[in-house]
Design a protein around this ligand. Structure first.
Ligand SMILES: [Zn+2]
Length: 286
């Protein structure tokens, strides 16, 4: 998302062994089964329920089989936007994120050979939307393409709130020093504000996403931020202004050659989307 000050990097470097330790707790969690037709009862397959034969026609009969995320609302926020670089005035406009003022949005990072974070987050998010919809969820994105500008981080949070999302996720990839690698999840902290009531739920969502992401992608925990890929922040508008359970995922470091190569591969992006869907589903079913 953005480079950290050198002082923080130095501190993280000192505790890198603790940050990036290869634990085992993620190995079994988060393997939510994809939607199946296992819920179909014998009555459904024969098509003749007692209600149908006695003529109670005013009772609606569902034609589609039940999906695991029926009734759930998920908002996906694809970080940045492909057109942000065209309108610095709009993007640099200062907005209030309760703990400070900061820019409406940023351009995001890119791989060394120019694959932008905005294109990456858009692709992963649209893949994720498709998977979640197939599992029955109602899904909303915070932007409609990758050629526009914005919206501001305040608006991105508001979209999740207005949708009454059961879960919201902001998809990013980091732009850190080339030797840094791995993914991490960012969760909100209490700030004496409206986000406080969803801090606990967001933590549960974050752990579910962390576990599923490692299982599904094989990427390591970040070796430069957080502890076991979990980080908590109070300076992000997308989290501070959320009144629904929400996390950010930094899928890895786009400035690391090995991770950049993976992010450029559509098959790997599908893997990421599937892992995120499994994490969200695990949380939504818990
Ligand atoms: Zn970002």
């Amino acid at each position: 998302m953005r480079a950290l000050p050198a002082t923080i990097l130095a501190v993280c470097g000192l505790i890198a062994s603790a940050c990036g330790g290869a634990g085992t707790d993620g190995a079994t969690a988060g393997q939510a089964a994809p939607a199946t037709s296992a819920g179909q009862t014998p009555a459904a397959t024969t098509g003749q329920t007692p209600a149908a034969t006695t003529g109670e026609a005013d009772v609606p009969v569902s034609e589609t089989p039940e999906e695991p995320l029926d009734g759930k609302v998920v908002v996906i926020d694809p970080g940045h936007n492909g057109g942000n670089f065209r309108d610095p005035a709009a993007i640099n406009r200062q907005v209030d994120v309760l703990t400070q003022k900061k820019a409406c949005d940023t351009t995001g990072t890119s791989t060394d050979d120019g694959y932008s974070e905005a294109a990456f987050t858009w692709d992963v998010s649209t893949r994720l939307r498709k998977i979640l919809k197939n599992r029955g969820a109602t899904v909303e994105l915070t932007r409609s393409g990758n050629d526009g500008v914005g919206p501001c981080i305040t608006e991105r949070a508001a979209i999740g709130n207005e949708a009454g999302a059961d879960a919201a996720i902001s998809v990013h990839a980091d732009g850190s020093a080339p030797g840094n690698r791995g993914f991490h999840v960012i969760m909100p902290k209490k700030i004496d504000g409206p986000v406080d009531k969803v801090v606990k739920a967001s933590s549960r969502l974050g752990v579910a996403v962390r576990d599923a992401f490692r299982d599904g992608t094989g990427l390591p925990y970040s070796n430069y931020i957080g502890s076991r890929a979990l980080d908590y922040r109070n300076d992000l508008g997308g989290l501070n202004l959320s009144t629904v359970p929400k996390v950010f995922i930094e899928c890895g470091n786009m400035r690391n050659a090995a991770e950049a190569a993976k992010f450029r591969d559509p098959k790997f992006r599908q893997k990421i989307a599937l892992a995120l869907a499994n994490g969200l589903q695990h949380y939504l079913e818990s």
